[in-house]
Design a protein around this ligand. Structure first.
Ligand SMILES: [Zn+2]
Length: 235
C-alpha cells in the first residue's frame, strides 16, 4: 500500500467517467497494484480503495456501490467571527447587573456595564447594547453588524456522503481533480462505511456511537487537515 499515492485524473479511461457506477461484485479485490500508478484511475481506483477499506476494517461486511458524484446533501458551516464568552463569575455578575438595570429602566448604567463586553465580541451584550443605542438614537449599526457577523453560515457540499436507500457512497469529483492522496480517499470511505453499520438520523448523523467507530479511521487527522485546506467542510 502506498498511502501517499495520488489519484491522477488525467487519462481517465473511457467508460469510467466520474458519476458512473460500478458494481463492487465485478471488481477483483486482490488487485490493488494499480492504486499507486497512473494507469488505473477513476472508478476502478475508487472501487479498489473501497474493497481494501471494506476488507481491512469491516471484514468485507459493507455492501453497495461507490461512485464519483457531487454529494446531494449540503451542510451548513459557520464561518462567523469568534464569540467572546464571559470570563468567570465577576463578568457574569456584571452582565446580570446590566440586565437588571435594563429592567429597572436604567439604560445608561446598563450601557456602561455592557459596552466593554460588546466591544470584545460577546453576542448577548452586542444585542443589548444595540437595542439601548437604537432607543437613544445612538450609533447602533456597528453592534448590529458585529452580532450578525458571528452567525454567518455557508452551505457547502461535503467531500463524501452515504445514501442508505441505494447503499451508495458518493465521493466528490473535486477530490479527483485535486489529486487527493489515497489516505484522504480511504478515510472518507471508512467514514461512509461507518454510516452503513451505525444507524443515525439526518438531524444527528454523527452520534457518539458513530464517532466511537469513526475516530478509529486510518490517517484521520491527516485526512481531515487535507480536506480542510481544500475548503471541504469537516466534522
Ligand atoms: Zn458522516
Amino acid at each position: 500500500m502506498n498511502d501517499a499515492a495520488y489519484i491522477n485524473l488525467e487519462n481517465v479511461p473511457d467508460g469510467s467517467t466520474p458519476g458512473s457506477t460500478i458494481s463492487l461484485a465485478q471488481v477483483n479485490t486482490e488487485n490493488t497494484s494499480c492504486l499507486s500508478t497512473d494507469s488505473c484511475l477513476s472508478t476502478e481506483a475508487l472501487t479498489n480503495s473501497f474493497n481494501i477499506v471494506n476488507q481491512r476494517f469491516f471484514q468485507g461486511g459493507i455492501t453497495g456501490a461507490i461512485i464519483w458524484q457531487v454529494p446531494k446533501g449540503m451542510v451548513s458551516i459557520n464561518k462567523g467571527s469568534p464569540c467572546y464568552s464571559l470570563n468567570g463569575s465577576t463578568e457574569e455578575l456584571t452582565f446580570e447587573q446590566a440586565t437588571l438595570a435594563i429592567k429597572q429602566g436604567q439604560a445608561d448604567k446598563a450601557l456602561a456595564l455592557l459596552t466593554p463586553f460588546a466591544d470584545k465580541g460577546h453576542p448577548d451584550s452586542e444585542l443589548l447594547v444595540c437595542h439601548i443605542l437604537k432607543r437613544q438614537h445612538g450609533e447602533w449599526q456597528g453592534y448590529a453588524k458585529a452580532y450578525n457577523d458571528h452567525f454567518i453560515t455557508e452551505m457547502m457540499a461535503p467531500a463524501a456522503c452515504y445514501y442508505p436507500d441505494t447503499q451508495t457512497i458518493a465521493i466528490h469529483p473535486h477530490l479527483h481533480r485535486r489529486g487527493a492522496p489515497m489516505f484522504v480517499l480511504r478515510y472518507l470511505i471508512y467514514h461512509e462505511c461507518c454510516h452503513q453499520i451505525i444507524d443515525s438520523s439526518e438531524s444527528e448523523p454523527h452520534t457518539p456511537l458513530f464517532m466511537e467507530y469513526e475516530e478509529k479511521a486510518p490517517f484521520r487527522e491527516k485526512a481531515l487537515s487535507w480536506l480542510s485546506k481544500e475548503g471541504f467542510p469537516t466534522l
